[in-house]
Design a protein around this ligand. Structure first.
Ligand code: IVH
Length: 707
């Protein structure tokens, strides 16, 4: 892409054409951002388009278009808001789709807590609001900070905007705990949404696709006055940090919130049996259209807070709560094409290119077709009219073709046997039983450009390196310009280009030899990259894109190995047959054979090791994870549980030990610190005694666990 012509030298016809182009381009970006919640460019790039549009309009006022982007409400760059680290993570919820899932939720909790069937287990039930969650922090009764959820650990400071919501008290009554964090959902009612869109249309601004996007767009305003003019509401439903809990049930907490001046959903109820949950679900689903705001299911929570505390969390969702979704909304549209995308692990994913259609309030033009088997099973053909559905935040799916209107000349779709990006053979793995994997993979490995590029995108993604200003689009550009081909190249960009930057990195007309003339955005990017040289070890491990290594596994690996060098070295040794190291790794709970093989395969590839080494050489300094809790007698220790525990289930004991900073493993070795031996402990007890491992009785363990 060549540098744009400076505004000062544009002729009138050029300016007219450019304004038309910018209006179209920005409308597409607005749609991607507001309607699909999937921005195509960074906020900074969007801003520069807006500034260029305004500059041209200033020079040629008569050419300003009726649909000028400058009359629309701009996008507030996310980076303009300060970051807020949540003192208690903001979590998401697991999903239930069927009554059986709900019964299983109840049964799972009973198993975990070891509750007999005749012991009452009370729940609360309330609608799941389709809005945005926010956390409000009060210190000594005064609202000091309001933040978005962000990635759950770090959100954005939107205090000024949240203060404009009439449902959010600025002060709490006397006598509340010193620190109170109330969490809930910001949403826009249907009536307010309709009125806002009328105003948008009257002001020639683009209407919002649905109330959720309108609420998001309104909260993201840099100018709180604009937020104040947008009618947003807030329902409180949970809490973060509290200096003490003023109640011992979920219901009690909600009563406090109400007494403190918050809105609690009027449909919030308590029930004593899962049947009550199902009845409430059906009841609210029947009223869904007349509630006045969008909901996408019900949320059930265990009422007793002591149970909630014992149940704890699994990865990012509490064990004590679940979202029971309403059925997905569907629509029909035309399938224009099936494109094959190649992912970072070489998986070939078919993507449906659809005639845009509104489903559940969002315009959908792409949908996943999962894999070749799915296409064959559903007999989906290019040109078909198809049913598509969107279930909450799930990616749109093609459900089935509408056979009645299928064209007589339609052809069965043939899944490619060659990678469309590099031409290598595309094959399906076959397992030990001779069963073919559903996924077709490109065999090109590191030589397949699509795989290499997707790995890079994964490396810079939010849960991995998360470098400000370095997103998918920039990776594509750097890739095409041969500037970044592997992760380590990111960290040498500045050194390679400082003295000889590409033209488009410079201000137009600026002397090319001075760093001082680099565009602000480029300098900002260099700073962001430099800052990310210090990165959490687990993020870096996740970013490497090793198959079967998700965020949770990456954290486990970071904890187990403590450093990248050690991980690389030990996994290579395992690959060469070191059985002791293999046993060590296998002993970590949740680490199975598949993961092990995948790690070995990754580090057996010299190129991968070179890439990891090059990252370290380029100055990347991964910081090891801290133990979950530091000041407990078992922090940093390795524990094995064996035998039957009477006072808590194995799952609960394990979860508790991990929260207290211990590593729970499945088998005894010389590295085991404690063996907790319940009733009828067998060979593990004998082995531990032989190795001189400290043995704890269940009573000893309970004394530690309840510290
Ligand atoms: S409870 C730890 N209750 O749904 C418990 N969440 O899919 C956390 N949400 O991130 C949430 N209505 O933004 C809860 N009544 C409700 C909710 C609700 C909407 C949202 C919330 C959460 C998401 C999870």
């Amino acid at each position: 892409m060549s540098a744009p012509t400076p505004v000062e030298t544009l002729t009138e016809p050029e300016a007219r054409a450019e304004l038309q182009r910018l209006a179209k381009q920005m409308a597409a970006h607005d749609a991607a951002y507001y309607q699909e919640d999937a921005p195509l460019i960074s906020d900074a790039d969007y801003d520069s388009l807006r500034r260029r549009n305004e500059a041209i309009e200033r020079r040629f006022p008569t050419l300003k278009r009726a649909d000028s982007p400058s009359d629309k409400v701009g996008l507030a760059p996310n980076s303009a808001f300060g970051k807020v680290e949540h003192s208690v993570a903001m979590l998401s919820l697991g999903n239930a789709f069927t009554p059986d899932d709900v019964t299983e939720f109840d049964a799972r909790i009973r198993r975990f807590l070891n509750l007999e069937p005749d012991v009452e287990l009370a729940f609360t039930s309330e609608p799941k609001i389709d809005g945005l969650s926010a956390s409000l922090r009060y210190e000594n009764g005064v609202l000091v900070r309001g933040a978005t959820r962000g990635d759950g650990r770090v959100g954005e400071d939107i205090t000024a905007n949240l203060k404009t919501l009439p449902d959010i008290p600025h002060r709490l009554p006397d006598g509340v705990p010193e620190v109170v964090e109330v969490r809930g959902e910001v949403y826009m009612s249907g009536a307010n949404f309709a009125a806002l869109n009328e105003r948008q249309v009257a002001a020639k601004a683009k209407p919002f696709a649905n109330p959720r996007n309108a609420a998001a767009g309104s909260l993201r305003q840099l100018d709180a006055k604009i937020t104040a003019a947008r009618p947003l509401s807030f329902f409180a439903y949970t809490w973060g940090q509290m200096s003490y809990l003023p109640a011992d049930t979920q219901r009690g907490m909600m009563a406090c919130f109400e007494a403190w001046g918050f809105q609690v959903n009027p449909a919030f109820i308590g029930v004593t049996h899962p049947d009550g949950l199902l009845a409430h679900w059906a009841d609210i689903e029947a009223q869904r259209a007349s509630l006045g705001y969008d909901i996408d299911g019900m949320v059930y929570k265990v009422d007793r807070l002591d149970y909630q505390a014992r149940l704890g969390f699994v990865s990012r969702a509490p064990r004590w709560a679940i979202a029971h979704k309403f059925p997905a909304e569907q629509a029909t549209t035309k399938l224009n094409n099936i494109e094959i995308q190649v992912g970072r692990t070489g998986a070939l994913t078919p993507v449906a290119k659809l005639e845009p259609v509104t489903v559940g309030g969002v315009v959908v033009s792409n949908a996943t077709l999962h894999n070749g088997d799915e296409i064959a099973r559903k007999d989906i053909r290019i040109g078909d009219t198809v049913v598509v559905q969107r279930a909450g935040d799930v990616i749109p799916q093609v459900v089935k073709p509408v056979l009645d209107v299928r064209r007589a000349d339609s052809e069965v779709f043939v899944f490619p046997s060659l990678c469309p990006e590099c031409g290598s053979a595309a094959v399906r793995d076959v397992d030990e039983d001779g069963k073919a994997d559903v996924v077709t993979r490109c065999t090109g490995g590191l030589t397949c450009p699509a795989q290499a590029r997707e790995r890079l995108k994964h490396f810079v993604s939010r849960a991995a390196l998360d470098i400000d200003g370095l997103g998918q689009k920039q990776i594509d550009e750097f890739w095409q310009g041969d500037m970044v081909q592997a992760p380590q190249d990111i960290f040498t960009l500045q050194a390679r280009f400082e003295n000889n930057p590409p033209d488009k990195w410079l201000y137009a007309n600026g002397p090319k030899d001075k760093l001082g003339k680099l565009k602000d955005s480029v300098r900002k990017l260099f700073r962001a990259i430099e800052a990310r040289k210090t990165v959490d070890l687990d993020r870096l491990i996740f970013g490497l894109g090793i198959r079967h290594v998700g965020e949770t596994t990456a954290r486990g690996l970071a904890r187990h190995f403590g450093s990248l060098e050690k991980m690389m070295q030990e996994v290579r040794q395992i690959g060469q047959g070191d059985t002791l190291l293999r046993a060590d790794l296998e002993a970590v709970d949740g680490f199975g054979e598949t993961l092990l093989e995948s790690l070995v395969a990754f580090f057996q590839e010299d190129k991968n090791c070179e890439s990891v080494q090059a990252l370290l050489d380029a100055g990347v300094k991964p910081t090891p994870l801290e133990a979950v809790a530091q000041d407990t007698p078992i922090a940093g220790k390795t524990i094995v549980f064996t035998g039957t525990l009477v006072q808590m289930t194995r799952a609960e004991a394990k979860a508790r030990a991990e929260t207290m900073g211990a590593k729970v493993v499945g088998s005894i070795s010389a590295k085991t610190d404690f063996l907790v031996a319940g009733a009828e402990a067998g060979s593990k007890l004998t082995k531990a005694q032989g190795l001189g491992v400290t043995i704890l009785s269940e009573e000893d363990w309970v004394a530690i666990a309840t510290l």
